[in-house]
Design a binder for this molecule. Structure first.
Ligand code: SAH
Length: 256
């Protein structure tokens, strides 16, 4: 299935939280959304965001100009609680509720860059969380299919993404270690939680030439890895150390 990046035809699949046959919290109209519309004032946090781009992305080695532009544009402060908005552009992760975190800006940039997106890709994201990374991916690809296991986070992310008009994003509540077979194969797969091993379904749902980026390791720390499917098999690269919350699911960590 291929969905246009901007939908003029109103609200359908792409703007709902999809849960198989049981959709939750569909957004009927932006007018009814509980999320405040983003400020029309372009000065809002733009200075903090520009500083983040310069000091945390460019100076730390993020090179892909499209990634830099996307992160210069996406209003990260809207994806965290209002009380934390002033810290949204700081160099670190922040809590987003349910013991989960929004990744540090640099890590979001590094992971996105590693996916080598050109604008047309079908992307699978595991761990929607706040929806911030989802928005960055939506800026850089054709369509994003994002899976989140915690319903309240998925619903909240959906509302913010709707308010910001990211209509090329579909969100599913469920175990992302199973992927989203209905929409496979994917040109790029990003896992934003740490896993002990490579979840086989995510490999199976990767297109030829596709890239999977995933933190692999134990609870204390992981190594960010890129797996590429080539004609002759899988190629793996290490991209550096990282620390993420646990990927909990059938092909990840068991539920505690
Ligand atoms: N990318 C997010 C950060 C997410 S933190 C952001 O920008 O905010 C990791 C997320 O992965 C959490 O929301 C957690 O609930 C989710 N998660 C953990 N295991 C999962 C699984 N098996 N399937 C889907 N989501 C999962």
């Amino acid at each position: 299935m291929s969905l246009p990046k901007t939908w003029s035809g109103g609200y359908t699949l792409g703007v709902r939280v999809v849960t198989g046959s049981n959709p939750v919290a569909p957004t009927i109209s932006q007018r009814h959304s509980k999320v405040k519309s983003p400020s029309r004032n372009p000065q809002d946090y733009s200075w903090a965001r520009e500083k983040m781009v310069r000091e945390q992305l460019l100076e730390q080695g993020i090179k892909d100009p499209r990634v830099v532009e996307a992160m210069r544009k996406v209003p990260r402060h809207l994806f965290v609680e209002t009380a934390l908005a002033d810290r949204a552009y700081d160099d670190g992760p922040l809590p987003i509720g349910d013991k989960q975190t929004i990744s540090q800006p640099y890590m979001a940039g590094l992971m996105t860059e590693a996916l080598q997106l050109t604008g047309k890709e079908k992307v699978l994201e595991i761990g929607t969380g706040s929806g911030y990374q989802t928005a960055v991916l939506a800026e850089l690809s054709g369509n994003v299919f994002s899976v989140e296991k915690i319903r309240s986070l998925a619903t909240r992310a959906r509302e913010i993404l709707d308010a910001l008009r990211y209509y090329n994003v579909a969100i599913h509540v469920g175990d992302g270690t199973l992927g989203w077979n209905e929409h496979a194969p994917f040109d790029a797969v990003l896992v934003t939680a740490g896993s002990p091993t490579l979840p086989q379904p995510l490999i199976d749902q990767l297109a030829l030439g596709g890239r999977l980026v995933i933190p692999l390791g134990d609870e204390q720390g992981q190594v960010l890895r890129r797996v590429r499917r080539t004609g002759s098999g899988l190629e793996e690269e290490e991209l550096g150390d990282c620390r993420f919350v646990k990927l909990v699911g059938r092909y990840g960590w068991p539920d505690a």
